[in-house]
Design a protein around this ligand. Structure first.
Ligand code: FAD
Length: 399
């Protein structure tokens, strides 16, 4: 039986899996170092206490049961290396998993500049345990503030470094929530400062000017201090040292300064771009190993104009689906489809029930309506998965 292995059960891996299970005569193995799929774009609701861990994760064991495929197996282990000649994946459990076709969907990680290594283990939103730590840290700051208020009303200064999508979204959510907190409690000491540091001229580099202007306006209305054209150069336990010569006494800092490919792909000897993302051909295959496909944040993808696409859920979805379809086409001796990712829009959550969205670069909406659109889009992703895990849960407990 043909063996297809998927490394990574995130957005790209799961979309690929949902296609592959349509063929009941192949053996599919999903490998993930976590037991769950982390719904990263929904982590803000977790931080803002609007949801809990169960709402921002999909259990991979029950998902695989729910997909009802006789030869589908989930392995909760870390892929450590790939032996391309022997067509085998080596795992942290010292297991070797053989494949005929492989889909690499291991995503990305936050890229920490080498001199900022001390931030690495604390404030990385891509990891669920770190997002939880961050949530607790934020709440501790709020408590500290009101505990100290009778004696002193010190400045609490939270700093977010990096003003891409995740930096902007987390800053807005924190500002919105701290305001709501102080307003609700009528506390005497409200002085909580939130700064957003960006090396660019503006926030959200690469986004349309309308999206930048609308987001900037919202951040300002939430009282956020935006420091542009400035890099974080160094840190110690108390201060952040900026390239504009200033230093900030900080309470805690969150680093959202960009991404790079995950560990596995970083170490593989393949052609990659400056972020360590694997270069693929028009069918999403590694040129040197034509039975290996790369999807989602792990790869670099270009549209037909040759422009590199930004990493996001829609790109992970379209590449995941296409890679799986191409494998199924190869198995059926059919022609594969070429990749042609398209820009479908952007949705940016900006604290509370407020968002801005850009649909196909044609319509821009901001406010509550945009928030509802964003909620709907992400719910539409989750609904079918919730259905599968519900079925899978029943099967699992009736085995
Ligand atoms: C805080 C935050 C907010 C975001 N907001 C948005 C948004 O609003 N809209 C949007 O479109 N995008 C958003 N993104 C980006 C989006 O989440 C990513 O583009 C998307 O998750 C990429 O999907 P993926 O499948 O490539 O990787 P992931 O979803 O990261 O999945 C990778 C999977 O591989 C597993 N893995 C990694 N290495 C190994 C290994 N060696 N062995 C086994 N398993 C491994 C991981 O455990 C993970 O499950 C956000 C990202 C973050 C961090």
């Amino acid at each position: 039986m043909i063996k297809v292995v998927i490394l990574g059960g995130g957005y790209g891996g799961i979309y690929a899996l949902r296609q592959l299970v349509k063929n009941h005569n192949i053996k599919i193995t999903l490998v993930d170092k976590n037991t769950f799929h982390n719904l990263q774009p929904e982590v803000y609701d977790l931080i803002a206490n609007k949801s809990n861990i169960a709402d921002v994760t999909i259990d991979l064991t029950t998902l695989c049961y729910g997909l009802r495929h006789d030869y589908l197996e989930f392995k909760n282990t870390r892929a450590e290396d790939i032996d391309f000649d022997k067509q085998t994946v080596h795992t942290s459990e010292k297991e070797s998993i053989a494949y005929d076709y492989l889909i690499i969907a291991t995503g990305s990680r936050t890229r920490f500049p080498k001199n900022l290594n001390n931030l690495k283990y604390t404030n990385d939103l891509k990891k669920l345990n770190r997002a939880l730590y961050f949530k607790q840290n934020f709440e501790t700051q709020l408590l500290k503030k009101i505990t100290d208020e009778a004696k002193k009303c010190d400045n609490t200064h939270i700093v977010v470094v990096g003003a891409g999508l995740s930096g902007v979204e987390i800053t807005a959510e924190m500002a919105y929530n701290s305001r709501k907190f102080f307003k609700r409690g009528k506390f005497a000491c409200e002085d909580m400062k939130i700064s957003l540091v960006t090396s660019g001229d503006s926030i959200l580099p690469g986004f349309s000017s309308k999206m930048i202007t609308a987001s900037h306006r919202r951040l300002k209305s939430l009282g956020i201090n935006i420091i542009s054209n400035t890099k974080l150069q160094n840190t110690d336990d108390d201060y952040l040292y900026l390239s504009n010569g200033k230093k900030i006494l900080y309470s805690f800092v969150i680093f959202a300064g960009g991404i790079e490919s995950a560990n596995l792909t970083l170490k593989l000897d393949l052609e990659k771009n400056h972020k360590g993302q694997v270069i693929v051909d028009e069918y999403l295959r590694i040129p040197k190993y034509q039975n290996i496909f790369v999807v989602g944040d792990a790869g670099e993808f270009k549209n037909i104009k040759g422009e590199t696409m930004t990493e996001n859920v829609i790109l992970a979805k379209t590449t995941g689906i296409l890679a799986a379809k191409n494998i199924l086409s190869l198995l059926a001796n059919k022609k594969m489809q070429k990749s042609n990712p398209k820009f479908k829009g952007t949705l940016i959550a900006l604290g509370g029930k407020y968002a801005v969205c850009d649909i196909y670069g044609i319509f821009q909406i901001e406010g509550f309506m945009a928030y509802l659109i964003k909620k709907y889009v992400f719910l539409r992703y989750r609904w079918p998965l919730l259905k599968y895990i519900k079925i899978g849960y029943k099967i699992f407990y009736n085995r």
